[in-house]
Design a protein around this ligand. Structure first.
Ligand code: GPP
Ligand code: MG
Ligand code: MG
Ligand code: MG
Length: 350
């Protein structure tokens, strides 16, 4: 077995990708399914298209967190593999969510390429591919961890977090149904509830919870840490919503659809808080429409309301608040874990 890598970010990434190749090879030789040449090629290509092409923040954070919780000591090859497999399980979960989310949000691009379902040969086969990705996770967990004392806790954790994410996605989708009510329902508490469930649990709590289980810790003893990670997740989704409108598609790899989709985005919530009656009418008449002139009117109103500065101020305050709660944590190692995660997303452009 190769030793755990140390050193530069590029080396960490390429070592992590080495584990991806190994996991993919195992899945393509799964004895529970009699692969044909065509099905093997399909899954191989589907995985390469959807799993490894993102920032890998969530996956790499499992390794990073585990190492910091071990007091910064270099991981053994076995420990590195354990953390990497869990990291990839989270990346698989993310791929499964994104393949389906892009269908639901009618998106066009993801990670700088057409969304998987937009490929002419894929279409609605993408729905089943989402399920295939989802079903790979317990197979990888079983192969690596069956028989370990924390195996059942890992399965429970992945199941619970997936449940929470689907509930968040449901809220995200059904909140857009009531268009006649002219955005009346959109408020910060409604927003926080959606994003806590749809993003924060799987993107922030899950990687650290995985590292804690590898340490033999009981998750019930880390509720403060969970709350901080959820706050970080809310901040991350506010950034996602901001970048949906103000990010450079070439950098974020996707074209925003939140205005067209009538999403309860952080930007529209802030616009509603600040708009006068005339400006509210502009929002009511133009929000939630694919007509590019209407989208442009919404964006012009966001600019008029100075939402870019409102976001910069929010970002500054959230960061300061998060640092305060992190520094109130009794464990220095846990402080490092949380600061490392926060450092990866603060002022991100993608
Ligand atoms: C991000 O929302 C949330 C998810 C990707 C979770 C999806 C959950 C499912 C159960 C499918 P988003 O739509 O703002 O993300 P993006 O901007 O990347 O499309
Ligand atoms: Mg979505
Ligand atoms: Mg989306
Ligand atoms: Mg988004």
């Amino acid at each position: 077995m190769a030793a755990a890598p140390n050193g530069k970010a590029a080396d960490l990434r390429s070592a992590f990708l080495g584990v991806y190749d190994r996991l993919k090879a195992d899945l393509l030789q799964d004895p529970a399914f009699d692969f044909t040449e065509d099905s093997k090629n399909w899954v191989d290509r589907m995985l390469d298209y959807n799993v490894p092409g993102g920032k890998l923040n969530r996956g790499l954070s499992v390794i990073d967190s585990y190492q910091l919780l071990k007091g910064g000591k270099e991981l053994t090859a076995e420990e590195y593999l354990d953390a990497s497999v869990l990291g990839w399980c989270i990346e698989w979960l993310q791929a499964y969510f994104l393949v389906l989310d892009d269908i639901m949000d009618e998106s066009h691009t993801r990670r700088g390429q057409p969304c998987w379902f937009r490929r002419p040969e894929v279409g609605m086969i993408a729905v089943n591919d989402g399920l295939v990705l989802r079903n790979h996770i317990p197979r990888m967990l079983n192969k690596q961890f069956k028989g370990r004392p924390y195996y059942a806790d890992l399965l429970d954790l992945f199941n619970e977090v997936e449940f929470q994410t689907t509930q968040g996605q449901m809220l995200d989708l059904i909140t857009t149904l009531d268009k006649e009510n002219n955005l009346n329902k959109y408020s910060l508490p409604v927003y926080r509830r959606i994003v806590t469930y749809k993003t924060a649990f799987y993107s922030f709590y899950l990687p650290v919870a995985c590292a804690l289980l590898l340490m033999g810790e009981s998750l019930d003893k880390h509720l403060d840490v969970k709350n901080i990670l959820i706050e970080m997740g809310v901040y991350f989704q506010v950034q996602d919503d901001y970048l949906d409108c103000y990010g450079d598609p070439k950098v974020i790899g996707k074209i925003g659809t939140d205005i067209e989709d009538y999403k309860c985005s952080w930007l529209v919530v802030k616009a509603l808080e600040r708009a006068n009656e005339h400006q509210k009418t502009i929002l009511y008449e133009n929000y939630g429409n694919t007509d590019s002139e209407k989208v442009a009117k919404v964006k012009a109103l966001y600019n008029e309301l100075g939402l870019q500065n409102v976001f910069l101020e929010y970002e500054r305050e959230s960061y300061a608040q998060l640092i305060l709660s992190i520094e109130a944590q009794p464990s220095k190692a846990m402080q490092e874990v949380l600061k490392s995660f926060l450092g990866k997303i603060y002022k991100r452009q993608k």
